[in-house]
Design a protein around this ligand. Structure first.
Ligand code: IPE
Ligand code: IPE
Ligand code: MG
Length: 226
């Protein structure tokens, strides 16, 4: 494997293009979501190999609740199944699993499964995998501001759902769209962005290594002079 010279600490993904991938094959959108799970698996495996500490995925936005009920239910079902399928792999690879977002909107069954998986993987010290579910950046800022004010606090980052998680170094968005679609609005302040036309179900190790090479070539200045 052609290992990039600079490895980011936290890589986050806006996994987009599943619907278009399925449509191009004359299939229902949910097939694209199923195939997208394989891409998540591939990215995780490569990330473990490279020693990346945090990998996160935007799996379902607050706005995605507005999709047809059949698709929403299909996605919730896929989330449930995927978690059950991955337990062993998380445990054997030392992966700590977390889900962040407005989880009150999820079914009690899904919430229970999430809590269970979070508990049993809490000791994972090789990598943290985060799924953003029912998440939006504006919602996150709103809930953080409310809690901060009632606490009399002054550091908003401590109240965001990502408290304690380092900000992403690299954001990869697939499918050719060049926007952040209400993802982490505060946390992406100095993140490097890589946009690729590849649809998420086609995004595998090769495409990931390309994006990581691109990241390694970037000059991060954080507003300073070098
Ligand atoms: C990304 O793929 C997955 C979710 C947003 C849940 P899409 O479902 O948005 O696929 P496209 O963008 O319609 O192709
Ligand atoms: C962004 O994708 C949200 C997720 C990947 C979960 P969308 O497909 O919902 O975004 P838009 O509608 O193209 O901005
Ligand atoms: Mg989309």
């Amino acid at each position: 494997m052609n290992v990039p010279e600079i490895i980011p600490n936290h890589v986050t993904f806006i996994m987009d293009g599943n619907g278009r991938w399925a449509k191009a094959r004359g299939k229902d959108r949910i097939f694209g979501h199923f195939e997208g799970v394989e891409s998540v698996r591939s990215v995780l495996e490569t990330s473990v190999e490279l020693g990346i500490k945090y990998v996160s995925f935007f799996a379902f936005s607050e706005e995605n609740w507005g999709r047809p009920q059949q698709e929403v239910l299909g996605l919730m079902d896929l989330m449930m199944r995927s978690m059950k399928n991955e337990v062993e792999s998380f445990l054997s690879n030392g992966i700590r699993f977390r889900v962040l977002g407005n989880l009150q909107r999820l079914s009690p069954e899904l919430r229970n499964e999430i809590s269970h998986l979070e508990e049993i993987t809490a000791g994972g010290d090789k990598m943290t995998m985060i799924i953003f579910m029912s998440y939006s950046g504006q919602w996150d800022l709103r809930q953080a501001a409310e809690r901060m004010v009632s606490d009399g606090g002054d550091d908003i980052s401590k109240y965001l759902v990502t408290a304690g998680v380092p900000d992403p170094d690299l954001l990869i968005r697939t499918s050719g769209e060049k926007r952040i679609s209400n993802y982490m609005l505060w946390q992406l302040a100095y993140t490097e962005f890589v946009f690729t036309d590849t649809l998420w179900p086609d995004f595998r190790k090769e495409q990931y290594l390309d994006a990581l090479q691109e990241y390694a070539s970037r000059d991060r200045r954080f507003g300073k002079v070098k």
